[in-house]
Every structure is written in C-alpha cells, then in structure tokens.
Design a protein around this ligand. Sequence first.
Ligand code: F6R
Length: 242
Amino acid sequence: FRIEKVKDYSVLSKKAAMLIAAEITQREHPVLGLATGSTPIGAYQVLRELYQEGRLDFSAVRTVNLDEYRGLAPEDSHSYRYFMNQELFQHVNIPMENTAVPNGLLEDANKACLEYEALIRKLGGIHLQILGLGHDGHIGFNEPSDSFPRETHCVQLAEETIEANQRFFSSKEEVPKEAYTMGIGTIMKAKKILLMVSGKDKADILQKVLEGPVTPSVPASILQFHPHVTVLADEAALSKCK
Ligand code: F6R
C-alpha cells in the first residue's frame, strides 16, 4: 500500500482528481474503472473543472463502472448510470459510447455478467480502478462472505448496504435488493487501484482493511495483496490506524 493521508475531503478530492488526470494524460487510450457513491463526487467535480479550464481531454478515455442496481433503467434517477451521467460524463468531452455501466435491465443475469467481463477484456483491462469503501468493508457490491468472488456477478445486497443506500431513495422498500458488480478478481486485475476513504465513520473499517488479516469477511482487505494500490484517506478515516 501507498497510504496518502490528507487533511480533509476537499484535499482528498483534489489529489484523487490529479491522480486520475495524470493517468488520462499519460496514456493513449486510458481505461478507467469508476465508482459511484458519495466519496468520489468531489473528485469528479474537480475533473469537470479541469476539463472546463481546457486542461484535460476525455476524448480518448474509456470507462467501466464497478456496479449497477439490477432492475433499474439507465434513465432512473437512482441508477448508477444516471449518477455517472450527472456527476461526470455529461460535463466533459467523453463520447457516451466510451462509457460502460452494467446494464441493470438485462433479463439474463448470467449473460449480463459474462458480457461485462468480455467488454473489460476487449478494452485490454483497466489501467486505474477507483474504489470507495463500504462500512462493512465492501468494494463494488462485493459484500462480506466466505470467499472472494472472481468475476462480475449478481449479488443480493446486505441489509447494512440497503440501509446505507436508503438515503438516496424515498423509502427503504424502494432500494433494489440485487445488483451487478465486478468481482474481486476483476478489480484485482486492474493495473493500479485508488481507494478513497473519508470520514470518522470509516475509521474502524479502514483500520481492519489496512492492518487486519486478509479475509473475505472484509472484502477490501484483499487489496493488501495488490502490487499497486494508493490509499487516499483523510485524517478522520485514518484516525484508528497505527
Ligand atoms: C459504488 C460502490 C460502493 C461504494 C461504497 C462506499 O459504485 O461500488 O462500493 O464505493 O459503498 O460508498 P460511499 O462513497 O457513498 O461511502
């Protein structure tokens, strides 16, 4: 791990955006793995600004998102496709056809997952994967379990995740119960990983991820075995670490 401690969320967002911008600028055909959730919103905002200032070009960028709720249409304001369009894609010059989010509407779950893996392979793999961290240690929608799922798959969401995501819906009942997510294997194949963590409420889980045993009961702990991970976290999130 390369752990980079920053003061607060604002610095975290700027630094994350710089790492992403460097990756985009250095490669001819950059492939980014993207995440939704609250944590990367600030970084996406900074990337938008860099584009608007004429300092960053997204025209050759390809993106694959980590996950999507099963059953939600791309136009649904709760879908991750909608989130990505709102927060990033429609504000920069990325061709929409270069962006991929698992299709929540495909009936055949197995096929949807195989197709997503095939797409990532076709792109030649992910250069930089952005990750947020769930309170239970999940990355993507890979929830604590007794093994590390390898490829893109369909999951039942943990109760804790449904509760955490309820804030985006008008009631808990509306939160979808299933999702498509890249597997831990898919994530681990990325050349570089950027794990972003902010806030005191993530301090306990981040301590387990960084300093605890590698175990599927804390899915993000597998990142200890990835050769090129940057953990970008603020002081509050790192407050329980050595
Ligand atoms: C989002 C995702 C999730 C989030 C995690 C943290 O695409 O895959 O694993 O990264 O739930 O969410 P926030 O950032 O909202 O705390």
